[in-house]
Write a protein that binds this ligand. Sequence first.
Ligand SMILES: *Cc1c(COP(=O)(O)O)cnc(C)c1O
Length: 343
Amino acid sequence: MIAPKPSVSTLKPYVPDEHQCAIKLDANEAKPFLFPQGLQFADMPLHRYPDPGTDALKKSIAAQYGVNPGNIMTGNGSSALIELVIKTFVAPGEVVISFKPSFAMFGIYSRIHGADFSEVDSEADFSFDLDKMITAVRSKRAKLVILCSPNNPTGYLIPKAELVRFLQSVDALVLVDEAYMEFADQGETLVHEIGTYTNLIVTRTFSKAFGLAGIRLGYLFANPSLVGMLGRVQEPYHLNTITQVIGCMAMSRMAEVKTYTASVRRLRQEVMVRLRDLGIKTYPSSGNFIWFETEQKDLYQKLIAKDILIRAFGGQDTCYFRVTIGDEQENNAFINALKEILS
Ligand SMILES: *Cc1c(COP(=O)(O)O)cnc(C)c1O
């Protein structure tokens, strides 16, 4: 029998929930709204390899965010970029550190690449204590810190002022995963700090606010020196032509993205209030989802029986759940199902 390398032999795969439910509120996907218009496959040179530098796409992202194309790297989903950062900067045995709970892929990629993955617990209200993280980074001599803000699955947003203080306090490389930042209050992004902090990388994705999870497209911001190092490791032709074309199209339609995220924020507040009215403990969220707590431990299965899929956390006797904000109809169906289950 061929065995995988030791770091992989104990690894549990990331298994997406394949339950087929009519109402799918488990994966933080958006409603479809950015329909590519006038996209003609015949116009694309699909017999050629894609543009290796993804130059047109980087230019349109740069213009949108007011940075230079040299500050940007694109990837096959931001997940691939998180892995690229680990591959480029973290040697086997070096420490990657993150908060818990957070996005599962941080630990999975770290372990695949032989890193020593370490976690700092969230507070009881699922906020992050960055002083605890500073202490842990120093005592473990962490090479890479991954901070997810707004955090998946809890929705906690790290205030920008705290993140700036954190960046001033550690020498480690700091990756801030802003997959959900478009759903947060304005002015909290770290994108514009990349010129000040040479140890900062900010990742973004088209999978959530842009409603384009199916094209697999992410991007990151960092100073040109870090971007250059990542470029040595990234595989050639990493982004297919179709994705590059749709990405440029999406970047030119930011007004529609803003309208969409504003509607999700409004619906999030509605769902939050209705959950609280049902006596369910909720936590403030800056994402397109809500993290909540209930004694109804088999809620996940009972909702599936009603054709509604959400995420349950923490194994069998869990009482924490994450529900994606759907459209008005889906949210109503979810709240009504919950009412029936709880009564
Ligand atoms: C969904 C998500 C991503 C995005 O992954 P893609 O590979 O871009 O689809 C990244 N980080 C977090 C925390 C997420 O929840």
